[in-house]
Design a protein around this ligand. Structure first.
Ligand code: AMP
Length: 318
């Protein structure tokens, strides 16, 4: 089934305790596309500047990513600069965001793209996300959305308009608290679900993910990674694995959503093992399967049999 993503394609300058990279290929749609490309054909809609490198275009094409919707405009490619805390890799500061060619971008979908079965509105201006939504010919089977503080803080009302239209919202725990102004994650997810999305996926970094899907609540830990090189793009790679799996299986049942969550977790865990897309661009199917099996290993435990109880001990009264 066809999968369409709109989001950023960027040059990122990132510094972590493991080193730094200047102007490396990044962006929400880039991470998403590369991660999903292992599972499904993906169409990317974004804009880059005249400075976008041929080698980067070839890397994306090499993954079978359809670039008919990647426009080249006059000006510079989106730039983002992030600095990670050397003591705690979960803390990062955005030092600079330059929208550049995204400031005037207006996506125009092709006749094929407007018929996509699955749509991912990756982190980008809510106005652009809405412009893509408005062009869809028929409603996709599943529309998912991701965002970040940059848009929550300054474009809340437009962001709320998009959230009302989607089936799945991906947000990290700080973002959902900031968006809903509620600190309890379950109450925050309930508030989001009242706006429209039936599934809320709360990302908790190294502590995994919580999926609130109507009556079904599913929690998955992160795959244990000792050497986190660069967490940039983990959330987008998670979404790429998740949506790529769903588009390929064409199944949105609660059981399939659970499996997609683990596929997402697997792809997110690879993303943090390298700067930029260094690690996720060179995986093989066996590595992905092996890590998925590893996830089964760390999450399975024996259930209580019928009539069995954990409590077979009684306190003796003196
Ligand atoms: P994540 O680590 O999942 O939050 O994603 C980081 C990626 O998002 C980087 O590759 C950035 O280029 C991209 N990014 C950062 N800020 C923005 C923004 N305001 N809009 C769109 N993409 C962004």
């Amino acid at each position: 089934m066809s999968l369409l993503v709109v989001g950023s394609v960027a040059y990122d300058s990132v510094s972590t305790s493991h080193g730094s990279r200047e102007e490396a290929l990044g962006g929400s749609a880039t991470y998403f596309s590369v991660a999903s490309s292992y599972f499904s054909e993906v169409n990317l809609v974004a804009v880059v500047g005249e400075d976008f490198r041929h080698t980067d275009r070839n890397t994306l094409l090499g993954h079978g990513i359809r670039l008919d919707g990647l426009e080249t405009a006059k000006g510079k490619t989106f730039r983002w600069k992030g600095l990670y805390d050397t003591e705690n890799v979960n803390n990062r500061e955005t030092l600079d965001t330059q929208l550049n060619v995204f400031e005037t971008f207006s996506p125009k979908l092709t006749d094929n793209q407007i018929k996509s079965d699955y749509l991912f509105l990756a982190n980008i201006a809510p106005d652009l996300q809405l412009k893509v939504l408005e062009q869809m010919n028929t409603r996709p089977k599943l529309i998912a959305l991701d965002t970040m503080n940059f848009w929550i803080d300054d474009h809340r009302s437009r962001l709320t308009d998009v959230i009302k239209e989607v089936d799945i919202l991906f947000m990290d725990q700080d973002e959902i608290r900031s968006f809903t102004k509620v600190s309890n994650i379950f109450t925050a997810a309930k508030k989001v679900r009242e706006l429209g999305p039936r599934i809320v996926v709360v990302k908790k970094g190294e502590h995994g993910v919580l999926v609130i899907n109507e009556g079904d609540i599913f929690a998955a830990p992160a795959f244990p990674i000792v050497d986190v090189i660069d967490p940039t793009g983990a959330g987008d790679s998670f979404a790429g694995g998740f949506m790529g799996y769903i588009a390929n299986s064409n199944n949105t049942s609660p059981e399939s959503i659970r499996r997609a969550t683990i596929v997402g977790t697997v792809m997110g865990s690879f993303a943090v093992q390298g700067f930029s897309i260094e690690k996720i661009q060179s995986l093989n199917n066996d590595e992905i399967d092996e890590r998925f099996r590893g996830m089964v290993g760390i999450t399975s435990f024996s259930a209580l049999a019928n009539e069995e109880s954990l409590i077979n001990f009684s306190v003796k009264q003196n």
